[in-house]
Design a protein around this ligand. Structure first.
Ligand SMILES: C[S@@+](CC[C@H](N)C(=O)[O-])C[C@H]1O[C@@H](n2cnc3c(N)ncnc32)[C@H](O)[C@@H]1O
Length: 192
């Protein structure tokens, strides 16, 4: 297993990706063509930039991508990065101009692990619900939301919340995502 994981990291290094996470987005995007169809993309939790690199390479020339993280991120061509906390008033203010205008919201966010299972699970659930909340406000009618989630007792509830908002809902587990990790990706397509 460790060998296989090392292979993803090695591949990322040799292909110039900042993180193995790039391959998770590449696989999902290959299946659903989310990036190439989009004119405005919001990426939440972008550092160190593995997903931003994938967006930069696959987006249309005139597609605008706004990427957000609490941490710094080195510049990536075509990506408009802002160092912000998603829960800040500043973020709230910035998204006011994007009502019903965004094609794609991506989130690879997860909380910094506290080691207390229930606290971490609730923190991640809150991040997921926050993304759903802003999707209602920001997405175009045919918009899409892709978020990192976790296969735990909250997943069924979160899937149901997705199904209230989106016509099509999928759970994806890309090959580059460790099989030992509960990480999965929830995708919602087309607002109801
Ligand atoms: C798994 S990393 C993202 C990796 C990235 N997709 C890549 O390919 O390089 C998750 C990121 O979410 C960010 N994050 C977590 N909570 C956040 C918050 N409240 N506001 C902004 N960013 C947050 C973390 O700082 C971290 O960089």
């Amino acid at each position: 297993m460790k060998k296989a994981l090392d292979a993803w990291a090695k591949r990322a290094k040799s292909e110039g990706y900042r993180s193995r996470a790039s391959y998770k987005l590449l696989e999902i995007d290959k299946k659903y063509q989310l990036i190439s169809k989009s004119q405005i993309i919001f990426e939440l939790g972008s550092a160190p930039g593995g997903w931003s690199q994938v967006i930069s390479k696959n987006k249309k020339n005139d597609c605008k991508c706004i990427s957000i993280d609490i941490l710094d991120m080195e510049e990536i061509e075509g990506i408009d990065f802002h160092k912000l906390d998603l829960y800040s008033d500043e973020f709230k203010k910035r998204i006011e101009n994007y009502s019903n205008s965004v094609d794609l919201i991506l989130s690879d966010m997860s909380v910094n692990l506290s080691g207390i299972k229930v606290v971490d699970e609730e923190g991640n659930k809150d991040l997921n619900l926050f993304c759903l909340g802003i999707s209602k406000q920001m997405l175009k009618p045919d918009g899409a939301l892709l978020i990192k989630s976790f296969n735990n007792s909250n997943l069924l509830y979160l899937k149901k919340e997705f199904e209230k908002l989106f016509t099509n809902v999928y759970i994806e587990k890309p090959l580059a995502s460790k099989t030992s990790s509960a990480e999965v990706y929830l995708l919602g397509l087309i607002l109801k």
